[in-house]
Design a protein around this ligand. Structure first.
Ligand SMILES: Cc1ncc(COP(=O)(O)O)c(C=O)c1O
Length: 317
């Protein structure tokens, strides 16, 4: 299996970075019961050491910058993030001895704020009404003001973001399903997960169905996901890769997230519920295809990061 930091020159030994990737693929047996001849799997990305899928691209972007000389110890890592990439940068920065400055929308959950602060980065909170786009503008402004002080990976436009997903989770999913995967489903934030893993899986299986999922409205509660029609579109996004693209309502994602905890024993984040809701739409929309589909859905992070959200208190769906 391709290591996360394949081309990095830094010596990591048996380090935190070596623990990134090779996440489990769980079968959603209870959910499958209401579906006819469907195999449904969750790629459990919260098993990464930083607790999310974003460990993969953050490690890759940092390792590549170290090996190319762009990141040296007199520079700080600077980027905009809705939380999980920031946690990954902060964790890796602490492990490798780099300072980290993060521009983050002020309305990320308390849990994420506390995890971030534990790793000790400088955090600049941006206007919640501007969402992740406000954080991007602030990171750009800071970099333009003092480019010599920072290494700015710019995850929305950095090819090593999607490359990380092309190189590792795609190969893992292929191996874990013995090449049987027929549908790959992922939410869109930077789009790195969908574009990277989707590109590789399409090479491995040209007739695979690639399904992207995004919020159904500009204002939404799906932390980590972007409503592409109204947001600043990431440079790495390739919309034409998707065979199907579904908008998911925040309430539907909440309901699915709660079901995953109570019916499957998987305490996951809201974007996982959204991705699963999208996957179920894709399963319903499929033509009377021959053979049962084997559907793999990326679950980007765990539910502990969202426990202060009110939707957990609502009656069971
Ligand atoms: C919770 C969560 N879900 C989904 C995503 C989307 O992943 P990507 O940026 O690879 O599109 C992110 C990205 O930050 C995230 O934090």
């Amino acid at each position: 299996m391709t290591p996360v930091c394949e081309t990095a020159q830094i010596t990591t030994g048996q380090s935190l970075l070596d623990a990134i990737g090779r996440t489990p693929l769980f079968r959603l047996s209870q959910m499958e019961q209401s579906l006819e001849s469907v195999e449904l799997y969750a790629k459990a990305e919260w098993f990464n050491p930083g607790g999310s899928v974003k460990d993969r691209p953050a490690a890759r972007m940092i390792c590549e910058a170290v090996s190319s000389g762009q990141l040296t110890h007199d520079r700080r890592i600077l980027d905009a993030t809705s939380g999980n990439t920031g946690i990954a940068y902060a964790m890796i920065g602490a492990a490798l001895g780099y300072g980290v400055t993060l521009c983050v929308p002020a309305n990320i959950t308390q849990e994420r704020k506390r995890i971030l602060s534990a790793y000790g980065p400088e955090v600049i909170f941006t206007d919640p009404l501007e969402g992740s786009d406000g954080a991007i503008r602030e990171a750009r402004r800071r970099f333009a003001e003092n480019s010599g002080r920072y290494f700015y990976p710019d995850q929305y436009n950095n090819d090593f973001n999607w490359r990380a997903h092309y190189d590792t989770p795609a190969a893992e999913i292929w191996e874990q399903t013995q090449g049987r995967v027929t549908h790959f489903v992922a939410g869109l934030g930077t789009s790195g997960t969908f574009v990277g893993a989707g590109r590789r899986l399409r090479e491995l299986k040209p007739d695979i169905t690639l399904v992207s999922v995004q919020p159904d409205a500009p204002f939404h509660g799906l932390e980590g996901l972007k409503h592409m029609e109204t947001a600043m579109v990431p440079g790495i996004y390739e919309p034409s890769l998707a065979d199907l693209d579904f908008g998911v309502a925040t309430d539907d994602a909440y309901a699915m997230t709660r079901r995953l905890a109570s019916e499957e024993g998987l305490l996951v984040g809201i974007s996982s519920g959204a991705a699963l809701a999208g996957a179920l739409q894709a399963i319903q929309a499929r033509a009377a295809a021959a053979g049962g589909p084997v559907v793999v859905v990326v679950f980007p992070d765990g539910g502990e990061r969202y426990l202060s959200e009110n939707f957990w208190n609502e009656p069971a769906p």
